[in-house]
Design a protein around this ligand. Structure first.
Ligand code: PLP
Length: 393
């Protein structure tokens, strides 16, 4: 008799975004004349930059001509894009071989799929609060999870704890939801810890492009020793507005081995079995992100989101509200004023100022009493939300 994967029954229903949309709908049904400002979303609002659009159009035309047509693409990524991404790392002082870069359809896909490399008997260490997909992918795979709490006292940047025995360690920097960024020193502590214990770090760098402080690491491979203990998962979603276009990349160094197994070679085997590559058109479009022109254009878009962050931070500063993130990250994580709990503050902001954010408790217990603002909305809405907050709080 067929047995389903019963671990799915252990998943907690995620009501976070459903509850938010239900509450907003109920509010608008009762107050149809009000304009709600949405600062909750983690999706981008600016379109793809012109360099990418041009490359995508050219790639479509290539597919119309027998001499430039592409069929199946190499499973691990087109050599032109793998080389381009490796060179991009090289410009930042990180040496990678092109075949250490794997082109993917996005970070979410990879965060789930990469667990194929590890035994279900492994234990995963997940910092709290956390991006919910880490927990759910591990529950589905039947892995034991240890939650490592973090809070205001350590700036939401936990240190390794020698008493914790884990095989996989998730680090997201810049962090979703807290916007906190690991320093080189702290990341070195985690790398040393992983090398000492044999753990592997899954480093989620989906927001690296938002780091403006040159002293902060944008890649874990800026840290000595990371090549023997880390995998980096990256995405063009937030870097270049690819949330609906879909392209990411994963870096697995050739030195990364556990037991007698080489993880880079295992991933080649995995990809050549489980995918037929990312579309030629998207890989061509993505390669334009890494040109001089593309870099300037995506930076101009990121600058607009960063201005949104400044607008929100200014309003919070006026009221002396504690927050982290915002400067090197697209999220601002704040302590709810007047000791309100996360949903209490959500209701207060929605009812009194028609502003929607994300309650911190949706990212784990340590998020209770906190709130996340996203800076991916329109500058007009963000400015108006800041003005409403200034009046309200
Ligand atoms: N990792 C983090 C921390 C995210 O916040 C997100 C999306 O919001 C992702 C990964 C997923 O990115 P992608 O769009 O590449 O699947």
């Amino acid at each position: 008799m067929l047995k389903p994967n019963t671990h799915y029954a252990e998943l907690k229903d995620s009501y976070l975004f459903f509850n938010i949309s239900q509450k907003v709908k109920a509010y608008l049904d009762a107050n149809p004349d009000k304009r709600v400002l949405r600062l909750g979303i983690g999706d981008v609002s600016l379109p793809l930059c012109p360099a990418v659009i041009e490359a995508l159009h050219e790639a479509v035309d290539d597919q119309a001509d027998k001499s430039t047509f592409h069929g199946y693409m190499p499973e691990c990524g087109a050599p032109f894009l793998r080389e381009t991404i490796a060179a991009h790392y090289g410009n930042r002082g990180v040496t990678l071989a092109a075949d250490e870069v794997f082109v993917s359809s996005g970070a979410s896909d990879e965060l789930g799929d990469i667990l194929d490399l590890f035994s279900p008997e492994n234990t995963s260490l997940i910092f709290e609060p956390a991006y919910p997909a880490y927990v759910d992918a591990n529950v589905m795979g039947g892995r034991k999870i240890i939650h490592l709490p973090s809070g205001k006292e350590n700036g939401f940047l936990p240190k390794p704890n020698e008493s914790v025995q884990a095989d996989l360690i998730y680090i997201c920097s810049p962090n979703n939801p807290t916007g906190a960024v690991f320093t080189k020193e702290l990341l070195t502590e985690w790398v040393d810890f992983a090398n000492r214990t044999g753990a592997v770090i899954l480093f989620d760098a989906a927001y690296e492009a938002f780091i403006e402080d040159d002293n902060l690491p944008r890649s874990i491979f800026e840290i000595d020793g990371a090549r023997t203990c880390a995998i980096e998962i990256c995405s063009l979603s937030k870097t270049a507005g690819f949330t609906g276009t879909r392209l990411g990349y994963t870096v697995i160094p050739k030195e990364l081995e556990r037991g007698d197994m080489n993880l880079n070679a295992m991933w080649v085997r995995n990809r050549t079995t489980k995918t037929n590559g990312v579309s030629y058109i998207l890989q061509k479009g993505a390669s334009a992100v890494f040109t001089e022109e593309g870099q300037a254009q995506i930076k101009a878009n990121i600058a607009i989101y960063k201005q949104n962050a400044k607008t929100i931070m200014h309003a919070l500063d006026q009221h002396g509200i504690w927050y982290c993130g915002g400067t090197n990250a697209p999220y601002i994580w704040l302590k709810c004023p007047n000791n309100m709990d996360s949903w209490g503050f959500f209701d207060f902001l929605l009812n009194e100022a028609q502003i929607v954010g994300t309650p911190g408790s949706g990212f784990g217990q340590c998020g209770e009493g906190y709130f996340r603002f996203s800076t991916f909305g329109s500058p007009e809405d963000t400015k108006e939300a800041a003005q409403r907050m200034l009046k309200l709080l």
